[in-house]
Design a protein around this ligand. Structure first.
Ligand code: FAD
Ligand code: DLZ
Ligand code: SF4
Length: 513
């Protein structure tokens, strides 16, 4: 009889995970459970639910092939309690378990639940670190505790030096740590991005698609076509495809947006990384090898590695350092409800309409769409961080709270008062026009600053700075716009305030904006 239960969650699908490290085939039982609670605590995009459940089923099959005993609970199994804690309790009783081994989860609410298992179930719980990251949390805490303020760029350089990533001796490859300045090109019309990889659902995934259609018919988002990687083999194929076809231009067009081209030169690796099909070390290694082989230039490779070895690791460290209070931060006192346009409601603002529509169809938008269009609008309008976080967590297939929350609360909304980022990423329509082709097909005129035809981002930007003068005026990185604001005539400022008030009143009333 087995007395040890090893629990694997839906984003822990790595054969190297710490909870499986000393498992012996045929002896311990591995528990994997599909549960309603995880699909509905926020109403996840159906593509995300399919991704996780299909990947879980494939992973369970791989474990079984390796000789492990897997207790796999399906969403529609009779007796399914609907929660991870409920399924762990049920398995513990049914199998007379006296020891549970589990890897730390990616979300604080799950960690809170796990911390009660030992006393509630009267079993020994061995909670192991999640070491599928480049940096462990103890090292991050030591690094963070030594500093007055946290900055990603400092952290990233330490990680590169410590792990020897993209280094020539003790110097950064290419002679600079950061090639961001080279990475801001708009996409010229004659460059067609390669088709992103897509995997035809097999019988297992097709069954999950039917199940999710039946169980969650009213969640926001299109379930089909479904082509996300659900196995390690497919994830590796996505990585190979990225390195061969898109990495060489990743840097140049990293910030570009183009109508009808959701992926551009992005890697599409976040889902595979976040559920455990790929590890960041192998992704970084593949990118660095492409640079060393002369296949991709330094601005692309450094730009990509900064996202994976820098931002991804940094936001994870910030999340665990700042939780649980981080979820309640609202430094700019933003109280507005999330408008219906985020859920596909009609809007005449073409950039928002395009980004929401791509999100609905693909459960994906790339970084600049999330930050400078959807996020920027939420920031400028003062939308409540709780509602904005809930939206981002629900709609993206790669969203898990450890990575979603710092990006939204810290990077987008500045709701943490600058704990994560040195300034709010606020911008007017000119930025969106420079980096995209959205404005050409828009009802509004991006070069108009005021009046009914003006791009709303233009007056909302200045009105945001005006509203938050007391808090933001002293920020060195906003010195230039604040100098312009101070020089602005009363008439101009009056028009900005008027247009913003009118716009926000209409937004709150549910009018089409
Ligand atoms: P690429 O552009 O190809 O980047 C490569 C990889 O770098 C990504 O796969 C990802 O693992 C990592 N990465 C890039 N930027 C970040 C970042 N800011 N933080 C953490 N990792 C990063 N990413 C998520 O994985 N889950 C989320 O829930 C999530 N929410 C976001 C919310 C907002 C408001 C913003 C601004 C960003 C968010 N990101 C999130 C980061 C980023 O937008 C996505 O990782 C990226 O768009 C995924 O697409 P890709 O794999 O093609 O990324
Ligand atoms: C996202 C998700 C979904 C939709 N369903 C499940 C599930 O049925 N079973 C499971 O173990 N995990 C699921 N997940 C992933 C969990 O939400 C994730 O493991 C926790 O949020 C911790 O990061
Ligand atoms: Fe967006 Fe303004 Fe451009 Fe319209 S004009 S697409 S609202 S930035």
């Amino acid at each position: 009889m087995s007395d040890t239960l090893r629990v694997i969650l839906g984003d822990q699908l790595s054969h190297s995970i710490s909870s499986l490290r000393d498992a012996t085939p045929g002896r311990d039982v591995i528990l994997m459970c599909e549960v309603d609670d995880e699909a509905t605590y926020v109403r996840h995009h159906p593509k995300k639910i399919v991704l996780v459940l299909a990947a879980m089923r494939h992973f369970a099959g791989e474990l079984a092939k390796r000789g492990y005993t897997v207790r796999y609970v399906r969403l529609d199994d009779p007796g399914n309690t609907g929660s991870i804690a409920g399924e762990v309790a049920r398995a513990t009783r049914a199998l007379a378990i006296d020891r549970i081994i589990v890897t730390r989860p990616g979300e604080h609410r799950v960690l809170e639940s796990m911390s009660t298992w030992q006393s509630r179930l009267d079993v020994n719980v061995d909670l192991r670190d999640d070491d599928r990251f480049l940096v462990d949390l103890a090292w991050f805490d030591t690094w963070a505790n030594k500093r007055e303020s946290l900055r990603m760029e400092h952290f990233y350089r330490q990680v590169r030096k410590r792990l020897g990533i993209l280094m020539d001796g003790d110097q950064p490859a290419g002679g600079r740590w950061n090639f961001d300045a080279d990475n801001r090109r708009r996409l010229p019309p004659d460059i067609a991005p390669p088709r992103p990889p897509s995997f035809k659902p097999d019988a297992i995934t097709r069954k999950v698609i039917s199940l999710v259609k039946r169980r969650f018919p009213d969640h926001f988002g299109e379930i089909e076509p479904f082509g996300l990687a659900v196995t390690r083999k497919q994830a590796l194929a996505t990585l190979d495809d990225f390195v061969a076809n898109r990495l060489p231009r990743f840097g140049d067009f990293q910030d570009a947006m183009k109508q009808g081209e959701p992926a551009l030169f992005h890697s599409l690796l976040s889902t595979s990384l976040n559920i455990g099909l790929l590890e960041p070390a192998e992704v970084v290694e593949a990118a660095e090898s492409a640079f060393r082989a002369g296949h991709a230039s330094i601005n692309s490779v450094e730009g990509f590695i900064r996202q994976v070895a820098g931002w991804r690791e940094y936001v994870r460290g910030v999340y665990w350092l700042a939780m649980p209070g981080y979820r309640d931060r609202n430094a700019l006192d933003a109280r507005r409800h999330l408008p219906g346009l985020y859920w596909g409601g009609e809007t005449r603002m073409n950039c928002l309409a395009q980004c929401v529509d791509e999100t609905r169809r693909n459960a994906y938008a790339h970084h600049i769409q999330r930050l400078m269009v959807l996020g920027n609008f939420a920031l400028l309008c003062g939308i409540d961080p709780v509602e904005v976080n809930e939206w981002y967590l629900a709609v993206y297939a790669d969203a898990f709270e450890w990575v979603e929350l710092p990006n939204v609360t810290g990077m987008v909304l500045f709701a943490d008062d600058g704990f994560l980022a040195s300034k709010p990423y606020a911008a007017g329509g000119a930025y969106i026009n420079r980096m995209s082709d959205y404005c050409r097909a828009c009802h509004y005129k991006v070069d108009r600053k005021n009046g009914d035809a003006a791009c709303p981002f233009n007056y909302l930007y200045w009105s945001f700075l005006d509203r938050h003068r007391d808090k933001l005026r002293g920020n060195q990185r906003l010195a230039m716009p604040y100098r312009s604001l101070e020089r602005m005539s009363n008439d101009k400022l009056g028009a900005i305030r008027h247009d913003s008030r009118e716009f926000l009143t209409r937004l709150d009333a549910g009018a089409v904006v």
